[in-house]
Design a protein around this ligand. Structure first.
Ligand code: COA
Length: 572
């Protein structure tokens, strides 16, 4: 079938559905929701068999849904209606939630139901649930709905609030008052729920040390205590604030400003000198010791654990963005890890993202974005090089979460790269203002997929699903329907590599030796960085413009041609 996606943006959920549907032979064209007139034009040009709206913030024009079936993906259980579905589910401590695929109709989210899928809730932020459970459930429900539509003769179920399986109800847009934190009364669990219900957007509005700002990236702290509401510590850019029964770490803040646009930054950077007098916690201890990170009980973005001959390095960086400082700390943790008496290092990334490359927000906030871009890419390269040059251990990049741009190529620096089945990769840089990219990608990619495919992968600017990535040779394995199954598979792989370590390490050293003799890593790096220098400092400002638009979330003014197939000249 020819399917048209009407969507606010090509976000992770839309990308996953795109991959599922194109993988089943459907032709999927995409149009961003820019205006009703543009949407009408797109439908007329595309003449789709079916319209799917994976991520829309406004209603589809009536003229369209009256004429043909439009399926809306709603992140709520059957009967749930309204724009803050997941926010309410988190705030109300729902135990089970779901995704419903409904037909667009006059009343928002009240159209006939084509399919739905439920999942158990998890203590996590809204975006984490969206990227994991909601995306998995949406894939199931959308495929079911599309199959029913294709088969024909199936009538969707009208929404019937009286049915026992319809537990949802209409809920209004959540307001800041609904989730405002009362630091003098709220316990840690409540504070976490409130922040998580608004993370990534819009954030809970609060005041920290006299600064009005939105809070994001919250984690429980059980070791430190203080007067409720007080900022009791900071470290690695995060701040720790006491609750009535414990404390929470808050990693990111966005200033509330009337005029100047603001974006999320590490909390300590936003607060600056206001943190003078607040104790800095001891530097994180990425040392291979207990599994719970810094101080045993304190949350840490970098954490190391060891089991038998396998060391695992977790790096849970907010939104997968890796700043110069984070790359430096991870490099240090990595170097300490490979000094241990283990055979295999698993680079586990975070639960939501493995890595999305350079920290574009911090670059945007720097006095000289060009200089900060330069420092950041060099820090990424140092890390990639350390992984590539490791001859004492075998290394595995284990992608439980998605990866984009330099994050994908960093993963390829390990001896094996494996991904959870639902993972979506964006192995290209071009979407960021024609960025050339580094992280030794010119060495890492062709040796895996060949020159021709490397050109296609980086030039197409399209997402690649884990299964497809395995078929292309981009990664070595794809398994595990969920995080737990994936971790089991990674553990088994790591154990098997450890068992074979002497032979595998000998082969690895020989291959690296051969490759280095052919063309040294320094030469790849120098060539890539020469191009990057042009991107950062050259005449063409495309990268700086694209980064500004990305960080400031400037709305799209058109759908790129590589997504809007119906707008390509000559496409029938
Ligand atoms: N630096 C800073 N923030 C980043 C980031 C980066 N490299 N990559 C993603 N983010 C942030 C987004 O701004 C967004 O922030 P929000 O929580 O305020 O909404 C959040 O992470 C999720 O990103 P989003 O684009 O909504 O996720 P997605 O799953 O739909 O798309 C990508 C994933 C990787 C395709 C997309 O985020 C992207 O293109 N990132 C930039 C990659 C890049 O060019 N890196 C620099 C070159 S190495």
């Amino acid at each position: 079938m020819r399917i048209l996606f009407l969507t606010h943006s090509f976000n992770s959920l839309s990308q996953r559905l795109y991959l599922e549907l194109t993988g089943r032979g459907h032709e999927v064209s995409i149009e961003f929701d820019i205006s009703d007139a543009v949407t009408l034009e797109a439908v007329a040009m595309c003449r789709p068999d079916l319209i799917v709206a994976p991520f829309l913030k406004r209603a589809i024009p009536e003229e369209i849904w009256r004429r043909q079936i439009c399926l809306i993906v709603h992140p709520g259980i059957r009967g749930d209606r309204g724009p803050s579905a997941l926010d309410w589910a988190i705030l109300n401590s729902e135990q089970e939630w779901g995704v419903t695929v409904l037909q667009a109709a006059a009343e928002m989210d009240a159209g006939d139901i084509w399919a739905s899928a439920n999942f158990p809730m998890r203590a996590a932020s809204k975006s984490s649930l969206y990227r994991n459970e909601v995306t998995e459930a949406a894939a199931v429900a959308v495929l079911e709905a599309v199959e029913k539509f294709e088969a024909g003769g199936v009538r969707p179920e009208p929404l019937d609030d009286a049915r026992p399986d319809v537990r949802g109800q209409w809920r209004p847009a959540m307001r800041q008052e609904d989730r405002a934190i009362d630091w003098l009364h709220d316990g840690t669990a409540t504070v976490l729920r409130k922040i998580r219900s608004a993370d990534g957007f819009p954030g809970v509005l609060d005041e920290v040390l006299g600064v009005a700002c939105y809070l994001y990236d919250a984690h429980p702290e059980t070791g430190l205590r203080g007067a409720p509401g007080e900022v009791i510590a900071h470290g690695n850019g995060m701040i720790c604030r006491a609750t009535v029964d414990g404390a929470v770490w808050v990693g990111h803040l966005k200033k509330k400003q009337e005029r100047e646009p603001a974006f999320k930054l590490p909390a300590a950077q936003v607060l600056g000198e206001r943190l003078a007098g607040v104790a800095e916690t001891p530097a994180p201890s990425p040392q291979p010791s207990p599994t719970e990170g810094r101080g045993g009980k304190t949350w840490s973005d970098i954490r190391y654990e060891e089991k038998n001959a396998v060391g695992t390095l977790h790096f849970e960086f907010y939104n997968g963005a890796m700043s110069t400082a984070q790359c430096g700390r991870l490099l240090q943790a990595y170097q300490e890890a490979i000094r241990c008496d283990t055979k295999v290092i698993v680079l586990a990334g975070g639960a939501d993202f493995w890595s999305n490359g350079l920290h574009l927000n911090l670059i945007e906030a720097a006095d000289s974005p060009a200089d900060e871009s330069w420092r950041n890419i060099n820090a990424m390269n140092d890390l990639a090089r350390a992984i590539l040059a490791t001859d004492s251990h075998l290394t595995i990049s284990a992608l439980q979460g998605n990866a984009g741009a330099g994050g994908v190529f960093l993963a390829l620096a390990a001896d094996r790269a494996v991904a959870r089945e639902g993972v979506v990769l964006n192995p290209h840089y071009k979407a960021m203002g024609n960025l050339y990219g580094s992280e030794y990608w010119t060495y890492l990619l062709p040796r895996r997929v060949g020159e021709e495919r490397a050109g296609e992968i980086t030039g197409n600017r399209l997402p690649v699903g884990a299964r497809q990535a395995k078929e292309l040779g981009l990664i070595d394995g794809c398994f595990g329907g969920d995080a737990a199954a994936f971790r089991c598979g990674v553990e088994a792989l790591a154990e098997s590599l450890a068992a074979d370590a002497p032979a595998l390490l000998a082969a690895k050293r020989a291959e690296r030796h051969r490759d280095e003799a052919g063309k040294p890593l320094t030469a790849y790096r120098a060539e890539e960085l020469a191009q990057m220098k042009r991107n950062f400092y050259g005449f063409d400002p495309s990268y700086h413009v694209a980064r500004y638009n990305f960080v400031h979330k400037v709305p799209h003014s058109r759908t790129p041609r590589h997504l809007a197939l119906h707008r390509r000249i000559g496409v029938k």
